[in-house]
Design a protein around this ligand. Structure first.
Ligand code: HEC
Length: 151
């Protein structure tokens, strides 16, 4: 009995430590919402890259659906970065987001243009059309992360 009580209190301590350990983000906050979008963007991009890298047989219809998702998602994160820096809404964004807003918004626009081009390419139902468009999008993700996301 006492050992049961001991282990359950140890468990409780571990659970509390776990909660405190991860950076607690309110799921309704802009940080949490934009991270959700970024994760979905990554998922769609990974599906497309699997075709590009020939890890998976090319499926033109699925590629179009992923490109449509990317086009839609590529619009969503940017309004979730507050115009003025707020301590609670920084997440892993660098200060540069608020210090160089024009450069940030230019890359945000670039990724939307890249997603448009990728969707157009996917509708040609040719992997050769998708490859360069996917690689341009990929470069924009990386470029923005290098400049504006803490590693
Ligand atoms: C204009 C800048 C910009 C572009 C373009 C951009 N990102 Fe990001 N990304 C960020 C910033 C800033 C963060 C940090 C957000 C935070 O912590 O709140 C981030 C975070 C992320 C994360 C981490 C989310 C998490 O759970 O912490 C992923 C994954 C991600 N981006 C994927 C992508 C992909 C995929 C693309 C391209 C299709 C992309 N991003 C394009 C700026 C950008």
């Amino acid at each position: 009995m006492s050992s049961f009580r001991l282990s359950s209190s140890v468990l409780l301590v571990l659970m509390l430590a776990g909660v405190a350990g991860c950076d607690r983000v309110d799921p309704n906050s802009p940080v949490a919402q934009r991270r959700k979008v970024f994760k979905e963007m990554t998922k769609a991009r990974e599906h497309l890259l699997a075709y590009v890298k020939e890890k998976q047989d090319y499926d033109a219809d699925a590629a179009i659906r992923d490109a449509e998702a990317l086009q839609r998602l590529s619009r969503q994160p940017w309004p979730l970065f507050p115009e003025m820096k707020q301590a609670s809404e920084v997440g892993r964004a660098k200060d540069a987001v608020w210090q160089q807003p024009e450069a940030f918004h230019q890359l945000a626009k670039q990724v939307q243009d890249d997603a448009d081009a990728l969707l157009e390419a996917s509708r040609k139902r040719s992997l050769d059309a998708i490859k360069p468009a996917a690689s341009r999008l990929e470069q924009t993700c990386t470029r923005c992360h290098d400049q504006f996301r803490q590693s």
